[in-house]
Write a protein that binds this ligand. Structure first.
Ligand code: B12
Ligand code: SF4
Length: 516
């Protein structure tokens, strides 16, 4: 049977890296079936194109995965695939949280033939076999014979063939126009390709923050792959980068990469010992980053960026959403200790919390500007189904758009906050993005790199220009021209610095035979 695994786009933003689930399920598919992968974030498809693909490739089964914000688009594409004659199964966090919705049991139309609940590592091969035998069931749940939920241990994690997979659609370099590639090369980043590959080393986070689906979905039972299997995957990726003459970065997509610090340190030591070091990004909560030995190991093993859910600079807000383990007083010193080692933070903030007042954007941005340079991101508190936040707001009668995902609108509130109006909360988030990514703010952040290696500064600059694109439409050439023009002073300064480093290098006499 021919299978298509498809991740819809949301029509608004782009992701910079492929979704892991499709590569994982491909690796778990019984070998007699042929699997095609399309990630709509990198390769947007219209309904007509999807239909044409299904028919021309004789696709028997389409597997669709989607975050809540992509649900409406996913259903639209599921309808299209079914109309083109394929069976459709959906999986992932959203349909696990509201399985009746895609199955048409909650009053709306039916969009899928089957739903895979929870982690599908063990159920996927069964789904494929049932579909190819014409015996697809409606619901697949990861349970044992007694009906008890079984979570994959990850001890026998499959080998994902990163050395053979075509990742052209995710090459960040290929997305840049030729002249921009030239600029990037001049600032000291000489790669032909630049890929970001998702890897997981473990699953689960027990912290249970009220707005987060992770504890409910992956459970509070934390599971890890063996260190060796992670190291082997890194070595595979490293070999690929060498072969392509490019750079490959890794995103450890674990929800909280250092949740068991001892295990994380052991993994990082193995990465260093087996020379599996590649530049990497991970998500770690700030409380775990107090550990200086962990920071040393992160730096030595290639860790460059850490995504940290700081959420708020207000301790009461944090307690309200069950994230009181974040201590705002810790933020600056921890970020500084990271920056001293060349590790920078993607700091994530949420507005619209119950303690937020008008002006929260300015207060938060003032704080951010007093810290070491980072890539801040801002969102609105969003009640995802099956989270404690969703249930609380529903019980309090505060949900204004209880099925907000069926009418996805980026940066729009779905409930009424307490001390701030809906429109004010939405304005605050716009203001925070505008101020933080303004050319003057970017220039000020670059000043903070004095004394640090030039490469850190140039990578930071490029990342700061690109990163916003994950959250805002930045797909058209017009946006890029605007951004580059607005930041021309910083670009010129960086280019001048690159040239002076280049000419200093050319003028440095090479002492024959000297090796250190
Ligand atoms: C990496 C990641 C990102 C990356 C990008 C995604 C990418 N390209 O990989 C970045 C950082 C950009 C990102 C951004 C956002 N993310 Co995110 N992200 C994740 C993260 C950490 C890992 C995803 C992953 O690969 N997991 C590992 C794989 C193996 O698990 P999985 O995807 O769930 O797949 C398994 C099952 O679900 C199932 N499955 C999944 N799909 C399918 C399909 C089929 C057919 C089948 C059978 C099975 C199946 O099988 C898989 C194996 O068991 C998850 C949390 C998490 N741990 O999952 C959050 C998560 C997916 N993100 C989330 C959110 C909310 C966001 C943002 C909206 C945050 C924000 N407010 O800005 C943005 C949206 C950006 C955008 N442009 O749309 C939520 C989604 C909640 C929800 N119900 O939708 C999650 C779950 C985290 C959370 N805190 O709750 N994210
Ligand atoms: S620490 Fe992060 S992953 Fe863990 S429950 Fe909180 S928000 Fe979710």
């Amino acid at each position: 049977m021919n299978i298509l695994l498809y991740n819809p786009d949301n029509g608004v933003t782009r992701n910079f890296m492929p979704h892991l689930w499709m590569f994982l399920l491909q690796a778990l598919t019984p070998p007699q079936h042929k699997v095609h992968l399309i990630d709509g974030n990198a390769q947007p498809l219209t309904e007509a194109q999807l239909s044409e693909f299904v028919v021309s490739h004789d696709i028997g089964l389409v597997g669709i995965g989607a975050m809540t914000r992509m649900a409406a688009r996913a259903y639209q594409m599921a309808d299209t695939a079914r109309a083109a004659g394929a069976l459709v199964v959906m999986g992932g966090p959203h349909v696990t949280e509201v399985p009746d919705e895609p199955l048409g049991r909650s009053g709306g139309p039916r969009h899928v033939d089957a739903v895979a609940l929870g982690e599908a590592d063990d159920t996927w091969p069964r789904i494929v076999e049932d579909a190819s035998n014409g015996a697809l069931k409606e619901i697949y749940a990861p349970v044992d014979n007694a009906g008890k939920e079984v979570k994959p241990t990850l001890q026998d994690y499959p080998r994902i063939a990163w050395d053979r997979i075509d990742l052209t659609q995710f090459d960040l370099m290929s997305k840049l126009p030729r002249w921009a590639r030239y600029v990037v090369h001049r600032v000291g980043l000489p790669w032909k390709t630049l890929l970001m590959v998702p890897i997981e080393s473990g699953r689960g986070c027990p912290y249970g923050c009220d707005f987060c689906t992770v504890t409910g979905f992956f459970g509070d039972s934390i599971r890890f792959r063996t260190n060796q299997s992670v190291v082997d995957e890194l070595l595979l990726i490293k070999r690929r980068a060498k072969r392509d003459g490019g750079e490959v970065g890794v995103f450890f997509i674990d929800d909280n990469f250092a949740i068991q610090i001892k295990r994380t340190k052991a993994l990082l030591r193995e990465i260093i010992a087996q020379d599996a070091v590649v530049p990497w990004v991970a998500q770690i909560s700030i409380n775990l980053l107090r550990d200086e030995e962990l920071l040393d190991l992160i730096a030595a093993s290639g860790g460059r960026w850490i995504f940290i859910g700081l959420e708020s600079i207000d301790a009461d807000n944090l307690r309200d959403v069950n994230k009181g383990f974040n201590k705002p007083a810790d933020y600056a010193p921890i970020l500084q200790r990271m920056a001293n080692r060349g590790i920078y933070a993607i700091t994530s903030f949420i507005f619209g919390m119950d303690g937020d007042l008008p002006g929260v954007a300015d207060r938060t941005t003032d704080a951010i500007e007093s810290w070491p340079p980072a890539l801040p991101v801002f969102g609105l508190l969003t009640p995802y189904p099956a989270t404690p936040l969703y249930d609380r707001l529903r019980n309090e009668g505060r949900l204004t758009r209880p099925t907000h995902w069926l009418d996805f609108r980026p940066f729009r509130m779905a409930f009424t906050p307490k001390l701030i109006s809906v429109s004010q909360a939405e304005a605050e988030v716009r203001e925070a993005w505008k101020r933080t990514y303004s050319p003057s703010s970017i220039a000020a952040a670059l000043e903070k790199f004095n004394g640090r290696p030039f490469r850190e500064k140039s990578v930071f600059f490029i990342a700061r220009l690109l990163f916003r694109g994950i959250y805002f439409p930045q797909m058209r050439r017009r946006y890029w021209i605007q951004i580059l023009l607005a930041n021309r002073s910083s670009i010129i300064r960086i280019l001048r610095e690159a040239m002076s480093i280049h000419s200093r290098r050319l003028n440095t006499p090479v002492v024959s035979g000297a090796r250190k």
